[in-house]
Design a protein around this ligand. Structure first.
Ligand code: HEM
Length: 558
């Protein structure tokens, strides 16, 4: 009886129909790709268990921008990094490529509810329309004081520790642990006017639930988890969601716990925001703007309360470790390249010397080297290295460059059938030598500063074309061609990119202005991990979780 509760009788025909569809669709055996390691797991171990995005780089180098790889039980998948194909998938025909596949969609629903991030088609359009007004340029600017407050709190904590423990003149910090707490506090303050208390160790239940949530849920998987996560993609989402609500495994328990805590807080916050809006208060946090925008939307297009709770949960989930990881990796590069670090510090101090008061966001946006370093950090270490999509109907995808099949035919389009899983390789795109130049595999902020040798003929993609700083006209001359897909592109590009840019500028300026960073003896053992969100670990100390130690000292002033 118990098993019929978990796996109802209707599930069996569904499963058979799904498997039949998988086996009878168009074959990709003529498309070049790596040899599968096993029938059971195909190439998925290399893809998901190995260092983040390494397989993507290797396959792109060996086979090009369209690569066939094997999923479980011989299933064919495609990895795509061709610009024209990405443009078609993310802009032109975006709603024909479903956001998540079965298992991932189920996890997303359970964790974050039916939010902007996991709904498709007209529902996504409705969600996005209500949410867009809360994420504009003026709104991101208005949040700058909240970011500054948290950044200053981090500086004060570090100065406190460094002056107390300073014997050798420096101290080693596990950078992502600190930045994850600081950005959690920042998103609480800016997005919800909510105090997580993560930096001062007075954490709320919600703060505890979200600390390093990504690594806990999606961190380095075992082979059996890779098999299971992909097997459940073959099942309908409703069934997988049902399984996840009852199975006693540790990961699903963590998802259920995080989901319960965040829903409880979301309900309370939405109630408070609604009361404040009713009283005519002009709060600037994202959630207040969202509640206000929803109230003034045509009732038929409004978000329901459940949907508002889901938006709060996805903002928290999508907007927290993405920024802390990007900052971590950028500091890592600056620590390894002291000349870049000094150049940035000199620019910050020169700007400071010119301004009478504290640096504003506008001052930071006028700093070309700061913009260049941030963009290079985003390009080189994209927090989300890949996106997964499921093809809804049979499609013919255009390509910017023809490819040659194994049997020697030249194809300038890609015919692909409904139900195919595709992986959009953002990290591999960001290192495309034809787009980013011959030094694409090198961290080089200079590429964003002057005329560069990138191919100007390629299809234009990436968030808001080639300018993703807030003052578009001011910075047009500083930006390079689009060689960064880190915020994705098109219909469902990152809605929080302006928020992220404002926050990251603020933290990076304060960090580099106040402290000097250098690698520790662990330098050679730092590895990028994570099948979804990329995070750092120290080889041989993986059980410590997210870790990137850097030596930190107070930055001298003349
Ligand atoms: C460096 C920081 C960030 C990076 C690299 C990043 C990257 C991305 C990417 C690649 C996507 C597309 C996901 C997909 O299509 O599957 C996305 C979507 C999204 N991001 Fe961000 N993000 C960042 C920061 C933020 C912040 C700060 C917020 C909120 C305050 C946010 C909220 C969202 C939401 C809600 C979506 C879903 C959009 C939709 O489906 O229409 N992100 N982000």
């Amino acid at each position: 009886m118990a098993s019929t509760t978990v796996l109802p009788a209707e599930a069996l025909p569904c499963l058979i129909a799904y498997i039949y569809k998988r086996w009878t669709r168009l074959s990709f055996s003529d498309i070049p790709g790596p040899k599968a390691d096993s029938f059971l797991l195909g190439n998925l171990s290399e893809l998901f268990v190995g260092p983040a995005a390494e397989a993507d780089f290797k396959w792109k180098e060996a086979f090009g921008s369209v690569v066939r790889y094997k999923g479980i039980l011989g299933d064919d998948h495609l990895m795509i990094s061709d610009p024209k194909a990405l443009q078609y998938i993310l802009h032109t025909s975006a709603y024909h490529f479903l956001k998540e596949t079965g298992g991932r969609r189920a996890i997303s629903h359970l964790l974050n509810g039916h939010s902007l991030n996991s709904v498709d088609g007209d529902i996504h359009k409705r969600h996005r329309k209500v949410m867009i007004p809360a994420f504009g340029a003026p709104e991101a600017r208005a949040l700058f004081p909240a970011f500054r407050k948290m950044s200053q709190e981090l500086m004060a904590r570090w100065k406190d520790i460094t002056t107390q423990d300073f014997e050798s003149g420096s101290i080693v910090f596990n950078i992502p642990r600190w930045l994850s707490r600081a950005t959690l506090d920042a998103i609480g303050e800016a997005a919800f006017d909510y105090q997580f208390g993560a930096l001062n160790n007075s954490q709320t239940e919600l703060g505890k639930a979200y600390e390093n949530v990504n690594a806990a849920l999606f961190g380095i998987p075992t082979s059996s988890r890779v098999f299971w996560d992909n097997f459940i993609d073959w099942l309908p989402s409703w069934l997988v969601e049902k399984l996840m609500t009852v199975l006693p495994n540790k990961r699903y328990k963590k998802i259920r716990y995080t989901s319960d805590v965040s829903t409880r807080v979301a309900k309370q916050l939405v109630r408070e925001k609604r009361n404040a809006v009713g009283l005519g208060k002009e709060n600037k946090d994202v959630m207040s703007l969202l509640v206000r925008a929803n109230a003034s939307t045509d009732p038929k297009a409004q978000l329901s309360d459940e949907e508002l709770y889901a938006e709060m949960r996805i903002i928290l989930f999508a907007g927290h470790e993405t920024t802390s990881n990007t900052l971590t990796w950028t500091l890592w590069e600056l620590a390894k390249h002291p000349d870049f670090q000094t150049q940035l510090r000199n620019e910050i101090r020169a700007t400071e010397a010119k301004t009478e008061s504290e640096l504003t966001l506008a001052d930071m946006e006028r700093m070309p080297y700061l913009q260049a370093v941030l963009k290079e950090g985003l390009r080189f270490h994209p927090a989300i290295s890949r996106l997964m999509r499921l093809v809804k109907d049979d499609e013919v995808i255009p390509l910017s460059k023809p490819f040659t099949t194994i049997s020697g035919a030249v194809r300038s389009e890609l015919a692909i059938s409904a139900g195919t899983k595709i992986m959009l390789a953002l990290a591999a795109y960001n290192r495309d030598k034809e787009i980013c130049g011959p030094d694409a595999d090198t961290f080089n902020p200079g590429r964003w500063l002057s005329g560069n040798d990138r191919n100007k003929e390629h299809t234009s993609i990436g968030v808001v074309g080639n300018t993703y700083v807030i003052s578009i006209t001011l910075f047009r001359r500083f930006t390079a061609r689009e060689c960064s897909m880190t915020f994705s592109s098109g219909t469902r590009s990152c809605i929080g990119w302006r928020f992220a840019m404002a926050e990251m500028q603020c933290f990076l300026v304060d960090l580099i202005n106040n402290f000097e960073f250098s690698p520790t003896e662990d330098e050679k053992r730092i590895r990028r991990e994570g099948p979804a969100l990329m995070f750092p670990v120290v080889e041989g100390e993986i059980e410590d979780g997210v870790k990137l130690p850097l030596r930190v000292s107070i930055a001298a002033r003349d």
